[in-house]
Design a protein around this ligand. Structure first.
Ligand code: UGA
Length: 482
């Protein structure tokens, strides 16, 4: 790094250590912000930064999505975000656009928030959306601006974006690039953006540092008002990019670790829920992300650990991440385990092609990859439901928020509107997402509706003694049979 910086410190730092303020290129008091890509990440950031007082444009190539957002309707389910959207649209701080020219004209800091899904032909990340967004935006820039990557990307991407900027931006504007990965969790996204547990700023110049400081001043001011500090790590591009994938790889490893312990518990008669509590009391280990069940899913952890391995291979460090392959395999095995348990509970044999559950009605409670979202991308619940459909069983799915996505992902299943409708006449109930509605359901009442009182608790979220007392045959993940 060629400028004075403080590697890690709690922000806002004392006045004397703050980056020197710079003139904002558009001439406004605070930088005007744009967020390119209004998926989970970009929509949440655009709305929350408007809430912090910034003037913001959210951009997407998806016209229906932009029309929906501009009309005050969220295209996704995220607690608290809809109200903030409507409030900031009404306040005039937030706009949405499908026009790169308008975005280029407006913004001082452009955040790249587009998707980086798994490539269809391999394990690596598909960077085509990053490329399109950069090469479509920068030719329209007319003054100095900062491009900040937020998307999860393979190490080396920020340097490549810098090269694209050099090639496609008008010469002599001095457009700069920075990388600042995000760590928001679906279901807690508003809180994670307004009150981040850390900020990571990968940058190369004092100007970029000053602009990023100005672009996050709202976050720091809120922290000061609430007597909190926001830890900030200022670093180089590669470290910033790697921080994100390393964090997700660690979380995935922690989940697969406890799920591996679940397998050992199943073989030895131990109870993984108690084992998890017992080891979690050691604060070097910690209780979080030690919930055994049907494993991790979503649009991030599964594809990120694969893209990380792929990139490590490319740069000659493949050996170092071999364990992530194992993490993936453990995760996949947990999904298959539910089908084994189903066959066992229903008294059907498990042949080479899996069990034949034809003639039986199986209720799947939960389709989203975790509660408090409508997201079913790489959802373990959907994957298990699909496997159950393949057994020939009549599968009925109910999810409190994810119905629309579940219908699309599981065309061969039935879809119920309520939990009560879903469990009617079931031979087996599988709880695959730990929604509160399921956790606190009354097993006695549900027991009156089903044909056979058999339940698989795929998330270890039910009160097992209560269910067994109500006469249910119960199977958990990594737990002895009651
Ligand atoms: C994850 C990370 O937690 C965020 O920090 C990161 O910013 C985000 O990915 C991203 O890369 O954008 P998210 O995908 O919202 O966030 O979901 P998590 O809360 O991490 O849960 C992932 C999966 O792990 C879920 O399917 C969840 O049910 C499962 N899980 C989680 C377990 O099976 N056991 C646990 O103990 C915890």
């Amino acid at each position: 790094m060629s400028f004075p910086y403080s590697p890690t410190q709690a922000y806002p730092p004392p006045q004397a250590q703050q980056p020197t303020p710079v003139a904002i290129p558009s001439g406004s008091q605070r930088p005007r912000l744009t967020f390119l890509g209004t998926g989970y990440l970009g929509a949440t950031y655009a709305i929350c930064f408007a809430e912090l007082g910034y003037e913001v444009i959210g951009f997407d190539v998806d016209e229906p999505k932009i029309a929906k957002l501009a009309a005050g309707n969220l295209p996704l389910h995220e607690p608290g975000l809809g109200e903030l959207l409507r409030r900031n649209l009404a306040a005039g701080r937030l706009r949405f656009s499908t026009d790169y020219r308008e975005v280029a004209e407006f913004g001082d800091v452009h955040f790249i928030c587009v998707g980086t899904p798994q490539r269809y032909d391999g394990l690596g990340a598909d960077l085509s959306q990053v490329e399109t967004c950069v090469t479509s935006l920068v030719p329209h820039l007319t003054r100095k601006a900062l491009l900040v990557g937020k998307s999860t990307v393979p190490v080396g991407t920020a340097d490549w974006v810098e090269q694209l900027v050099g090639k496609f931006a008008p010469a002599d504007l001095g457009i700069e690039v920075a990388w600042s990965p995000e760590f928001l969790q679906e279901g807690f996204a508003v809180e994670d953006v307004l009150r981040p547990n850390r900020l990571v700023l990968g940058l190369k110049s004092a100007w970029a540092h000053s602009m990023l400081f100005a672009a996050h001043k709202g976050v720091f001011d809120l922290a000061v008002n609430e007597d909190r500090e926001v830890p900030v790590v200022v670093t180089d591009f590669a470290t910033a990019e790697l921080t994100k994938v390393a964090a997700n790889a660690f979380l995935a490893t922690k989940i697969s670790f406890i799920n591996a312990m679940a397998e050992v518990c199943e073989a030895s008669g131990a109870d993984v829920t108690q084992l998890s509590r017992a080891i979690g009391y050691d604060d070097r280990i910690g209780k979080k992300f030690l919930r055994a069940g049907i494993g991790f899913g979503g649009a991030c952890l599964p594809k990120d650990i694969r893209a990380f391995q792929d990139r490590a291979q490319e740069i000659g460090a493949g050996e170092a991440l071999r364990f992530l392959h194992e993490v993936d395999l453990i995760n996949q095995r947990r999904r298959a385990r539910v089908v084994q348990l189903a066959a066992e509970l229903l008294g059907r044999t498990y042949g080479p092609a899996g069990p034949d559950l034809s003639g039986l009605r199986v209720t799947v409670l939960g389709a989203t990859f975790k509660p408090n979202t409508d997201d079913t991308r790489d959802s373990p619940a959907v994957s298990v439901a699909r496997k159950l459909v393949r057994t020939g069983a009549q599968v009925v799915v109910y999810d409190p928020q994810g119905r629309e996505n579940a219908v699309r992902e599981l065309p061969d299943a039935e879809h119920a509107d309520t939990m009560v409708d879903a469990v009617k006449d079931a031979d087996l109930v599988c709880v695959l997402t730990e929604w509160e509605e399921f956790r606190y359901a009354d097993p006695t009442e549900l027991g009156k509706l089903v044909k056979g009182k058999r339940v698989i608790d795929g998330r270890n979220c039910l009160d097992q003694p209560l269910w067994t007392a109500a006469g249910w045959e119960f199977r958990g993940m990594g737990r002895p049979n009651p």
